[in-house]
Design a protein around this ligand. Structure first.
Ligand code: C2E
Ligand code: CA
Ligand code: CA
Length: 736
């Protein structure tokens, strides 16, 4: 992966991080809010429960005091409404009984601590406190409320409750006091009023009694205080006269608070657990998302990969170059790109099959991978095209050095399975200095430089040069002019004689297109035919030549006519139909016409070539292999295509007189063709000696400046006339 895509991943990672942090944050907020709500609710419950408990305490306390009073009342009733008492208390010698049954009882009793017997005037007859006789008057010890209680008991009728009870202040504090008439159990008393005796019990609300109450009724901190003391929780104590004596106060137990205190950690824990659960869910979700994202990234990467080589493909390269360009702009470095086209790959593919071709691609990919800088990106951008991109601080030097290494590497024979193949490469180099040239333009420049390298010959590297664009511009202008020339019929045709090797008689002509470009003069077909081929103009141009040549050939019925056909035309399945149409229109016999094709296309596409040749031959025209010996020719191909003729390239003929090797090559080639029964034309004959030599080797037709340069039709007509005349004179002579 490139630094760029790594960088991009990092940015995406940060983004993902931000969202996760965001989600976690909002989640934490939700958990906090829920916690606060639950705790607030619990707080309310606790408060409520505190209030309820306080109310209960108050009620309990009042109840406790009533019970305290009722207890004293009941005890008093037991002791006062007693048959023995009714006898002994009223008896003259009853003091002993009274003391032992009442006075002595006041000690160690939880029910009363004072026992007093009074007469109708509330004068004490016996007064005991804590088991001992009391000193001093009752009025001194008790507050006047005692009198109120006494009177209540005194005036109580038989229907009324005979006891009167209530709190009374004493010198020792506050006491629950009760007064009742001493009588028989049945309530009957046969003692007249005025002689009545009354029993008075008192029970002091002392510290031990108070703490006992607190324990029994579960009230904390219970204590007796002055009436005016402020307290949150209290029950007032007043005597029978309504005088406030004091109050009992206590401390709230706040059971809600206790409960709340106990429950709170549990609640927090529970919410914590729920939170943890959701965090786990969130993490699982996030991980799943991550995985899906990774799969998506994988799929995207797949789309940017070439299956055969495992390298990036053209799209992948585009992304990488974009990344490099923007990084270069930031870091002030240079992006260098190498476009590499394998030479001879198609030949290997055709000769040994696609399996070998695929292996070759993989082998080259593996080799390149080793040669390129570690942070460079290698891509396969076409059948046999590769690209290498990298960042560099230097200018082209690194790229040139790398190219050299690659060319050296590819110059070595490669072993593919059991075969050894030799290929090469053409390399174009372009640079985006500090990212100033964008991807599209950079790639275009590298591509252009690569084509220039190819044009210049194989196994080369070429640096992009703005002049190449000027070339391109010139080429575009040329194309435009050529189009106009074809449409305006400004192309002409020159005819070059084809000579019988034995008789040196002209047997045919080859039609060669000519263009006098306005403002430029004559342009070689070697310049404008390639332009026509790459711009789609070749079909119109080819048809024009074929038609014109055939029309002209009508003037010379004794001559054959040869017309050059470009691979571009040949490839078109409709080409045979065009030819038939032109032949019919111009009324030229098919057998007089030879179509010359070059071998390059044959090798690239043997199947279609065979079909095309068969179709043309079915029309009756002849098909010749042009420029034989200039390229990768293998005579083995010739047989399967069924060519009617071979034209030996001028380059093979040129040096036959000077070079033994050249001569032997030509000889062998002609011999091979002859052995296949294919007649041979020698091109480029410039001297008589060459003509003699090639004839000796077996060429039956000769062509070259020695016999005549390409010339206008009327010059051919002239020659035809001369030939006819000489023929006639010969006939006349022989007749004579
Ligand atoms: P070619 O088909 O091999 O045509 C022969 C070329 O060799 C012609 O060049 C001709 O002028 C040149 N030539 C002939 N004899 C000699 C000689 O003794 N010495 C030297 N030095 N040259 C000789 P030209 O006319 O410039 O054509 C170049 C090529 O352009 C042709 O090569 C052919 O491939 C292509 N061409 C020409 N006309 C057409 C056409 O109408 N259609 C197509 N498709 N290609 C054409
Ligand atoms: Ca030719
Ligand atoms: Ca030729």
């Amino acid at each position: 992966m490139t630094a760029i895509s790594r960088g991009r991943k990092k940015v995406a990672g940060v983004g993902r991080h931000v969202t996760v942090v965001g989600v976690l944050f909002s989640f934490a907020v939700v958990v906090a809010v829920v916690t606060i709500m639950v705790l607030t609710a619990l707080g309310r419950v606790a408060e409520k429960s505190n209030v309820l408990d306080d109310e209960r305490s108050r009620e309990t306390m009042s109840g406790a005091l009533k019970t305290f009073e009722a207890q004293l009342g009941a005890t008093l009733n037991d002791y006062a409404a007693w048959d023995d008492a009714a006898t002994n208390v009223y008896a003259a010698d009853g003091m002993g009984w009274t003391i032992s049954n009442y006075g002595d009882m006041s000690v160690n009793s939880s029910l009363f601590d004072m026992a007093i017997v009074v007469d109708d005037d509330m004068k004490a007859i016996m007064a005991y406190r804590d088991g001992k006789p009391m000193v001093g008057a009752l009025d001194d010890f008790f507050s006047p409320a005692l009198g109120t209680l006494f009177n209540k008991a005194k005036i109580a009728g038989p229907q009324d409750i005979p006891e009167a009870t209530g709190f009374v202040a004493t010198k020792s504090g506050i006491a629950m006091v009760g007064a009742a008439l001493v009588r028989k159990k049945s309530g009957v008393l046969d003692v007249p009023p005025g002689k009545h005796r009354y029993l008075i019990f008192a029970r002091h609300l002392n510290a031990s009694k108070i703490s006992e109450l607190g324990t029994i009724y579960v009230i904390d901190g219970l204590q007796l205080v002055a009436a005016d003391r402020a307290a949150a929780f209290s029950v007032g104590i007043s005597d029978a006269r309504g005088t406030s004596l004091g109050k009992l106060i206590w401390v709230s137990r706040a059971p809600g608070d206790i409960g709340y205190g106990e429950v709170r950690p549990m609640v927090v824990q529970a919410i914590g657990l729920v939170g943890l659960f959701f965090v786990v869910l969130l993490i699982i979700g996030w991980l799943t998302g991550q995985r899906l994202k990774a799969e998506e990234v994988n799929a995207r990467e797949e789309a940017h990969r070439d299956r055969l080589s495992g390298l990036l493909n053209r799209d992948g390269l585009g992304v990488a170059v974009d990344g490099f360009v923007s990084e270069a702009a930031q870091t002030q470095r240079n992006v260098l790109i190498l476009y590499l086209d394998l030479d001879g790959f198609k030949e290997v593919n055709d000769a040994y099959g696609h399996g070998t071709g695929d292996q070759l691609i993989r082998a080259v990919a593996a080799g390149l991978q080793v040669l390129i800088p570690s942070d460079a990106v290698l891509a396969r951008i076409g059948g046999d095209e590769f690209a290498i991109v990298f960042l560099s601080d230097s200018e082209q030097a690194v790229a040139l050095q790398l190219s050299e290494q690659i060319l050296d590497f590819l110059a070595e024979p490669l072993e593919i399975g059991r075969r050894v193949v030799v290929i090469g490469a053409s390399i174009g180099i372009a640079m985006s200095a500090r990212g100033a040239v964008d991807r599209e333009e950079l790639v275009r420049r590298a591509d252009l430089a690569m084509y220039k390298a190819k044009e210049a010959g194989r196994a080369r590297m070429t640096l992009y040069d703005p002049a190449m664009d000027t070339d391109r511009a010139e080429r575009n202008a040329l194309e435009l002019d050529l189009r106009m020339a074809i449409e305006g019929g400004d192309l002409t045709i020159a005819y070059q004689p084809l000579i019988d090797a034995a008789t040196h008689a002209m047997t045919g002509v080859e039609a060669l297109v000519r263009w006098n470009r306005p403002g430029h003069g004559p342009i070689s077909p070697e310049v404008f035919i390639p332009v026509a081929e790459t711009s789609g103009l070749i079909e119109a141009l080819g048809l024009f030549v074929l038609r014109k040549a055939c029309e002209t050939a009508k003037l010379w019925p004794e001559l054959r006519i040869s017309v050059n056909v470009s691979p571009g035309q040949f490839r078109n399945p409709a080409f045979a139909d065009y030819v038939r149409y032109v032949l019919k229109q111009t009324e030229v016999e098919a057998k007089r016409v030879t179509l010359e094709v070059t071998e390059g296309y044959m090798i690239q596409n043997p199947q279609r070539t065979r079909q095309a040749i068969e179709r043309l031959k079915a029309l009756g025209v002849k098909v010749a292999l042009d420029d034989f010996g200039s390229g990768f020719s293998s005579i083995g191909y010739l047989r399967q295509f069924g060519f009617d003729r071979i034209k030996i390239d001028r380059s093979l003929v040129m040096d036959i007189l000077e070079s033994d090797r050249q001569r032997e090559m030509l000889q062998a080639t002609v011999a091979l063709a002859r052995s296949l029964d294919i007649p041979v034309t020698a091109e480029g004959i410039e001297t008589e000696q060459q003509a003699i030599a090639v004839r000796l080797f077996g060429c039956d037709t000769l062509q070259g400046y020695f016999f005549g340069r390409p010339m206008p039709a009327d010059q051919i007509t002239q020659r035809v006339m001369e030939a006819r005349a000489s023929m006639a004179s010969t006939r006349r002579t022989s007749a004579a």
